[in-house]
Write a protein that binds this ligand. Structure first.
Ligand code: DLL
Length: 431
């Protein structure tokens, strides 16, 4: 491509060299400019000059969400206020929001990373990119917008919600790329199908993220919108926002921009690195971020590194999809369960739609119960519900080792959202 947003790295070793430079810069920068980091490093007896190789990263202390809350409203600030040009905040529902600040260079770097996402997805300047996520404090709208503009395609900034306008723009402007949350992609795809608009669309790609999506959900979106590719875009407010990586059209993993951050995968219990390729918590250290750098920030997101190079030839390393968060795990009758395990079973059970809810409750007998409500595949009649429920129950018993009540409900009867879907409802405490 004539104007590539990728630096000309030819090998992983070249990226590692850039990583060491970035790590040394970051450690020095935060030690000199952030009271928080300096006292944390001092407590751990580590000085910037102790970081001589990439392996020395393990000498550095972890940073956690509570540190962000404690430093509210400008946590981790490592530049004077006059260098901060913007803030974003996560839409956390409990406690204080996580507010992160950006310098102009941070904003530019973020746009550059985001432009790579459009490049790796095979977009061109001819593409029309509909941005169907929230603008404002959330990083999503501003991130996609800057990414599209930096890349040089046409942005159609519809923002969140407003299904009628979304469909009107998709049809009238002949949008070719749709960017949204996974839930919004499903909602829009269902509306397109319901209103029989599919043949009026020019959509080729959907880029969605902000939440976990199951294989079943992605397949339904692809089928309903008749698009060739859906891409999984990860991102979190603390690490700029969306756009820190993307899967390429080979879909072998999510390429991540390792010249902007180091990704470690650790065991959340022992805090030690997991063997390469095993699932653990993502820990990120930024390499160029000025205003609010992250040093070994524990994201709570679970994934694994993909150890083989991608067949697309891009040297940037890959991690797997984000499989959930360590704080999503719930304990049911002494078994640790991640919602992703339920997603997985439902995705490979014929006859179910993509939406489900897990409801946990406690009865008078003092015992915990689980009901899983699952939507029936729209092509199926309710006649087979009993058999379908039994099949799901058996698989849950066999694979997760717990008993659940399974209720099959009509397709489309569970709530749809434009934001992030909530699928697990734990009512045990209140009862
Ligand atoms: O959700 C940023 C974003 C916006 C990403 C739009 C992609 C698209 P936060 O609100 O700070 O930022 O939430 C970050 O959402 O730690 C993950 O748990 C989850 N998450 C984000 N992207 C994905 C994804 C945005 N592709 C938190 N797959 C993260 C699974 C995701 N989970």
């Amino acid at each position: 491509m004539a104007n590539s947003f990728f630096p000309p790295f030819k090998s992983v070793d070249e990226i590692r060299k850039a990583q060491l430079e970035g790590l040394q810069w970051t450690v020095k920068h935060v030690y000199e400019n952030s009271e928080f980091y300096r006292s944390r490093f001092d407590e751990h007896g580590v000085k910037p000059e102790d970081i001589r190789s990439l392996d020395d990263i393990t000498k550095l202390p972890f940073t956690v969400t509570d540190d962000l809350r404690a430093g509210y409203p400008f946590p981790l600030r490592s530049v004077p206020f006059e260098k901060i040009v913007r803030i974003h905040a996560s839409s956390g529902t409990t406690g204080k929001r996580k507010v992160l600040s950006y310098t102009q260079k941070d904003i530019d770097d973020w746009a550059n990373m985001f432009a790579r996402c459009f490049e790796i997805a095979g977009c061109t300047a001819e593409d029309r990119v509909q941005i169907a996520v929230g603008y404002g404090l959330w990083t999503a709208g501003a991130g996609f917008q800057a990414g599209v503009e930096r890349f040089g395609a046409m942005a159609v900034p519809v923002g969140p919600g407003n299904i009628d306008i979304q469909l009107q723009m998709l049809v009238d402007l002949k949008t070719t790329v749709l960017c949204c949350t996974a839930s919004m992609a499903l909602l829009l795809a269902e509306e397109v199908e319901k209103r029989g608009l599919r043949d009026e669309l020019a959509l080729k790609k959907v880029i969605f993220g902000a939440e976990r999506s199951s294989d079943a959900m992605r397949k339904r979106i692809r089928e309903m919108l008749k698009v060739e590719h859906t891409f999984d875009i990860p991102g979190l407010t603390e690490l700029y926002g969306p756009g820190t990586g993307l899967d390429c059209p080979k879909h072998e993993g999510i390429h991540y921009w390792a010249d902007y951050y180091i990704l470690e995968i650790i065991d959340p219990e022992t805090l030690q690195p997991v063997p390469e390729g095993e699932i653990g918590e993502m820990v990120v250290t930024t390499l160029k971020k000025e205003a609010a750098p992250l040093v070994r920030y524990r994201t709570r997101d679970l994934t694994r590194l993909i150890t083989h190079p991608c067949s697309c030839g891009n040297v940037f390393p890959m991690h797997d999809r984000i499989m959930g968060r360590s704080d999503d795990m719930f304990i049911f009758r002494a078994v640790n369960i991640y919602p992703g395990q339920i997603d997985h079973i439902l995705s490979y059970t014929e006859g179910v739609g993509s939406e489900y809810q897990v409801i946990l409750y406690r009865k008078e007998d003092g015992k915990d119960y689980m009901t899983i409500r699952v939507e029936r595949d729209p092509a199926r009649s309710p006649g087979g519900d009993k058999e379908l429920a039994a099949r799901i129950r058996d698989r849950i018993k066999r694979e997760i080792l717990v008993s659940a009540n399974v209720e099959i409900v009509d397709y489309g009867s569970l709530p749809r959202t434009e934001r992030k879907s909530k699928r697990v409802f734990d009512n045990r405490e209140q009862e």
